[in-house]
Design a protein around this ligand. Sequence first.
Ligand code: AMP
Length: 425
Amino acid sequence: MSTFKAPKGTYDLLPPDSAKFLAVREAIAAPLRNSGYGYIETPGFENVELFARGVGESTDIVTKEMYVFETKGGDRLALRPETTAPVLRAVLEANLHKAGNLPVKVWYSGSQYRYERPQKGRYRHFSQVGAEAIGTEDPALDAELIILADQSYRALGLSDFRILLNSLGDQECRPVYRDALQDFLRGLDLDEETLRRAEINPLRVLDDKRPDVQKQLTGAPLLRDYLCDACKAYHEEVRELITAAGVVFEDDPKLVRGLDYYTRTTFEFVHDGLGSQSAVGGGGRYDGLSEMIGGPSLPSVGWALGIDRTVLALEAEGIELDIPSATSVFAVPLGEEARRILFAKVTELRKNGVAADFSYGGKGLKAAMKAANRSGARYALVLGERDLAEGVVQLKDMESGEQAAIGVNEIVAELESRLGRRIFG
Ligand code: AMP
C-alpha cells in the first residue's frame, strides 16, 4: 500500500479543478442565502443511534454503508452518511424550533461518508449542499425548495436534467398501501434478501434496479391510488405551485428514496448524461423524522444535491464554467532589493483588495514569467536593476503583451484603476 494513495473510493480535489467544485457549491448556496436560509454546520460524526433511528434500521445506508467506530471513551459514533438527521438533531438541541420563528430554514455544505461499491459517480466520500426547512407544513415550502434547486442547476447552465416527483403519503394512508404492496410482493418470485426487505420496508423494493425484479413489479399497486384526501390535495398544490413557477417535472409514481424518513412530497433530480449514477440530487418531506429521533412533531422538508455528480453533469454537457482567474497581478523581482520592494507592494495590493502573487525562490526572468503566465494574472510587474535606479517598474499587460514603465509609487493606484476599468466597463 502506497502512502501516497487516497483510500479506495475517494479522490482529492486539487487546483485548478477544485475551483469548479467551489463554483458549484456557490451556485447552489447563492439562491438559498437569497431565500432566507441561514448557514448551519454540524460535526462530521454523530452518535450512531441518530442515524439508526433517523435514517432507518432497514436501509442500506444504515445496515451496510455506515462507517461506525468506537471512541477511546467507549462512544459509538458514525461518520455522517447524510446530514438531515444531524441538522434536525442540532436544531432540537439548540431549541431553534422554539424561538417562535418557524420554519427554521438552514443550509449546509460538507462531506458525507458511505461504504459503497465505488464506481464513476459513486464514492465513499462525497460532498453535498443541502437545505432544510423545519417545523412547517405548507406546500409552498416544498415548492420553494424544488424551485431553488432547479434555479441552481439552471444557473450553472445545466439543461439535460429531469425532476421526478411523487408523494409517499402520510401515517394515515401509507400503512394501507404498505399492506397492499406487501401482499403483492409476497406473490412474486424474489430472492430471500428481497423478500426480507419486502417484510421490513416494502416500498424500497420498488427502487430495486435489477431488470428481473423491475419486470415483476409491473402491475404493483401504486401509492398514488391510495393517497388520502389530505395528501392528494397537498400534492396537487405542490404540483400547481412549481408549474406556475415554470419548473418542468415528471410524475413518477414509483419514486421512493433510500431513507425511511420521507413522507408526502418526494423528488429526485436525475441527469441523463451520467449513466447508472444518474441522481444528482433529491429530497422531500420528512414529517415524522423529529419524532423518530425523540423530538416533538416538526413537519419538515429538505433536499441534498451532490456536488461531485453535479460537476460530472457539467462535464457531460460540455459546460465550461466561467471562473475568473484567482490572481490579477503577478510580481517578478530581479535581485534582492527589488524583492523587498515588490514584496511590500504585493502586500499593499492585497490589502487594497487586488489579488496578487509573487515570484518566490529567486527565479530568473524566464522562469518567473512562465510562473506569471501560469497564474493567469492579467498583469505582471517586473522590477529589474535598471528600473530600480530609475524608480520605475515595468507593467506588462499579459493579454496584449504591451509594456509600460510606471513609477514604483504609482503601482497600487495604476493597477486599481486598470483593473477597475476592466471590471466596470
Ligand atoms: P441521498 O442523500 O442518498 O438522497 O443523495 C443525495 C445526492 O447525494 C445524490 O443525488 C447524489 O448526487 C449524492 N450522492 C449520494 N451518494 C453518493 C455517492 N456515494 N457518491 C457521490 N455522490 C453521492
